[in-house]
Design a protein around this ligand. Structure first.
Ligand SMILES: [Zn+2]
Length: 407
């Protein structure tokens, strides 16, 4: 499992942890060796490549070490749905503020920016965050507008040509197209037209669509019929009208959609995760494809808190740890078309990592609708490492500043 990293001292070694990397099938006790922001060695013992600190001038702090004994080392988490365009998109939270303590190294902005505001998003959020920030572009040219009026009530704001142009001008950060399909507050009485326009942009650019559901203007089957394989239904376990559950069962259209390759994402949120819906879905074998937060300033303060808390809720619902990790690493990386570069700790990959504990303790977990469950295990993040640089130290040797971003 070694690359070309065995020919000199390493910048960072994460020692002695259980490396759990669903993308590459690795589940073993290994040291992770990092140089120049990338994983260069995965070996049972990398002691020979650990350089001691030297007090001479110029100083050399040697190889930075993180002791992961009795801990689990995973690829950095990818949060597929969050809101991070602070200062422009209402309710956003700074990506670094929550990511730094929660194992998240990649955050996907779920439609905060539209064609008119994507350049500002690049300057204010992408370039100023240590967290990797990528985006689904909103079909509305103004981006997501949570207040005082929704973004898709005026169809003149949903200019398809402008959306196509914005996607093509920003291929490094735009992963797909976002639309919120909530009647009244978001789409007014425009019915399915915002969805049709979002599909038009996604079709023209060959990218996936992310569709927010909850209080949809039409029965869910009519919305799902417009999606294509690879498109994402976000807030999949929301409890409101015209969602995945019909008459106490999962809608037949939901099963058909999954069979056709449409994907289902949690996006817990302040008002979008209902244990009663999750129970019905899971009872029919319908686990989510990806686990995400829908983090914003309300949900970060309570109910959601962060991605590890959302992951812990799925442990509580009976999903094995390996599957939970898969749904915040390999799966979202594949969903966004970045499986070749993100979501894995294999040798040669960017050294984005989470070092976690799975604590055996009772914890009460709430949903967005007043439901509670008590779990016996909770994921706690000990270290978040972005491109080989741990948040809050220890820093690798001088010359390896926190601005290192090999991707
Ligand atoms: Zn959202």
């Amino acid at each position: 499992m070694s690359g070309d990293g065995l020919d000199g001292p390493l910048d960072l070694v994460v020692r002695g942890g259980r490396v759990l990397d669903p993308a590459s099938g690795i589940d073993a006790r290994l040291d992770v060796g990092v140089r120049y922001g990338r994983v260069v060695a995965l070996e049972p013992d990398l002691s020979a490549l650990i350089a001691p600190a030297q007090a001479a001038y110029p100083p050399n702090l040697g190889t930075a070490l993180i002791d992961a004994t009795d801990r689990i080392v995973t690829p950095g988490f990818i949060d597929l749905h969050a809101h991070v365009y602070t200062g422009v998109c209402g309710l956003s939270v700074p990506a670094d503020e929550t990511s730094s303590r929660s194992g998240v190294t990649t955050v996907i902005s779920a439609g905060d920016a539209g064609a008119n505001t994507i350049e500002g998003f690049r300057r204010l959020t992408v370039q100023s965050s240590r967290t990797r920030v990528l985006a689904f572009l909103h079909v509305s040219n103004v981006g997501l507008a949570p207040w005082p009026a929704g973004e898709s009530r005026d169809l003149d704001m949903l200019d398809v040509e402008a959306g196509i142009r914005a996607v093509r001008e920003n291929p490094d950060i735009v992963l797909g197209v976002k639309v919120r399909m909530t009647e009244g507050s978001v789409v007014g009485d425009n019915g399915l037209e915002p969805l049709r326009r979002a599909v038009a942009i996604a079709d023209a650019t060959g990218l996936p669509l992310m569709m927010h559901i909850g209080f949809c203007p039409r029965p869910i089957g009519e919305l799902l019929a417009l999606l294509r394989p690879g498109d994402i239904v976000t807030h999949c376990f929301t409890g409101s009208s015209n969602t995945l559950v019909e008459d106490g069962h999962l809608a037949a259209a939901a099963h058909r959609a999954r069979a056709s390759g449409i994907l289902f994402d949690v996006a817990h949120g302040f008002g979008s995760f209902d244990y009663r819906v999750a129970d019905i879905a899971i009872g029919e074998g319908f686990w989510p494809d990806t686990i995400s937060t829908d983090l914003h300033s309300l949900s970060a303060a309570e109910i959601v808190i962060d991605l590890p808390t959302t992951m812990s809720k799925f442990l509580c619902l009976g999903m094995p740890l390996e599957d939970v990790v898969d749904r915040v690493t390999a799966r979202p990386a594949a969903v966004i078309g970045r499986g070749a570069t993100l979501g894995s700790l294999a040798v040669g990959r960017i050294a984005d990592m989470a070092v976690i504990d799975v604590e055996e303790r009772e914890q009460r977990f709430v949903d967005s609708f007043g439901g509670t469950r008590t779990g016996t295990r909770a994921i706690r993040v000990a270290h978040t490492i972005r491109a080989g640089i741990p948040w809050f130290g220890p820093l690798p040797h001088p010359g390896r500043g926190v601005s290192v971003r090999p991707d």
